[in-house]
Design a protein around this ligand. Structure first.
Ligand code: NAP
Length: 293
């Protein structure tokens, strides 16, 4: 087997309930930040292959390429909208009552669709949460979004959201989570689980800084990967999604990468393997603020 061949996706990606929603969403999904910067046809083919394999959760944002990522996603899902759990995000500076509605309309136009499955506040910003949630509720009543959530929210932000009108309807928190950044495990992840929210792990491969195999921690990963006939990245995804509330959204711009990521979904790590990874990539102390990129 070539060193990076790994498991291939023979069956579809495992689907789970997304937080309190009734719908089923692939445990491994597809990120799209900077996907518009490379070969567009290749990126579209990757997203479409990902959909074939059950990576139905496609994550984009008005910020990505100032709408160019949303436009590319729109092309990729053309004719297949019903197969997709489509998520976009409003920029904090746009998240006023009126600004959120305008931003959502713009995203729908870019995506060439009439609805988002989920709409997130990208991170905390200048506008009161009450306004953003009021806009989300109005958009939901109009059928332009089917659900809403937040991103980069630490526990004080989540508490505040929960006690704000409309805030206890959030369905997810999308946060930075990868082997070398496990801060959410201290408090955010338990909080979300207690409140029935889905947790979406963004930058699950460290945003281009994936541990090299020639490092001690990389070698631990490689050993476990070998035992599963998998790749190091597949083991990383299996580790991150070991809790049932967690979904991961790696960004892949080739069919090969999409296939490799999808095939991580069936890997079950033993307790001993989880402990080995835990020791190789320690969680570290709880940081003062939730890290984000
Ligand atoms: P990432 O998914 O951690 O890493 C992406 C990198 O991994 C790319 O260079 C990609 O290369 C590579 N890659 C993917 N699959 C691979 C494979 N099987 N083998 C080898 N390399 C592989 O980084 P990310 O884009 O930062 O995070 C993922 C998504 O999370 C984003 O795209 C975005 O949708 C979301 N996000 C959200 C926030 C937020 O604030 N809410 C912040 C950051 C990211 P190729 O492109 O060549 O395939």
């Amino acid at each position: 087997m070539p060193p990076d061949a790994g498991r291939t996706a023979r069956t579809g990606v495992e689907q789970r309930r997304f937080g309190p929603l009734q719908c089923e969403v692939g445990v491994i999904g597809q990120g799209t930040w900077r996907i518009d910067e490379g070969d567009r046809a290749r990126a579209i083919a990757a997203l479409r292959r990902g959909l074939d394999l059950g990576m139905n959760h496609i994550d984009t944002a008005e910020m990505y390429g100032a709408g160019a990522s949303e436009e590319l996603v729109g092309q990729a899902i053309a004719g297949r909208r019903d197969q997709v759990f489509l998520l976009s995000k409003v920029l904090p500076q746009n998240a006023s009552l009126r600004g959120t509605k305008v931003a959502c309309e713009r995203s729908l136009t870019h995506l060439k669709t009439d609805r988002l499955d989920c709409y997130l506040l990208h991170w905390r910003g200048p506008h009161p949460l009450e306004e953003t949630f009021a806009a989300f509720q109005a958009l939901r009543e109009e059928g332009k979004i089917l659900s809403y959530g937040v991103s980069n929210f630490d526990t004080p932000d989540l508490e505040e959201a929960w006690s704000t009108a409309g805030g206890s309807d959030i369905v997810c928190n999308q946060v930075l989570y990868h082997l070398q950044e496990r801060a959410i495990e201290h408090a955010v992840l338990p909080w979300c689980e207690q409140h029935g929210l889905a947790v979406t792990a963004y930058s699950p491969f460290g945003h281009g800084d994936f541990p090299a195999t020639n490092t001690p921690a990389g070698r631990v990963l490689a050993g476990i990967a070998q035992a599963h006939q998998a790749t190091n990245r597949q083991i990383a995804l299996a580790f991150l999604t070991r809790q049932s509330s967690v979904f991961a959204i790696p960004k892949a711009s080739s069919v090969e990468h999409a296939e490799e990521n999808a095939a991580a979904s069936g890997i079950r790590l033993s307790q001993a393997e989880v402990a080995q990874i835990d020791a190789a990539f320690p969680r570290g102390p709880r940081p003062r603020e939730l890290p984000m990129i």
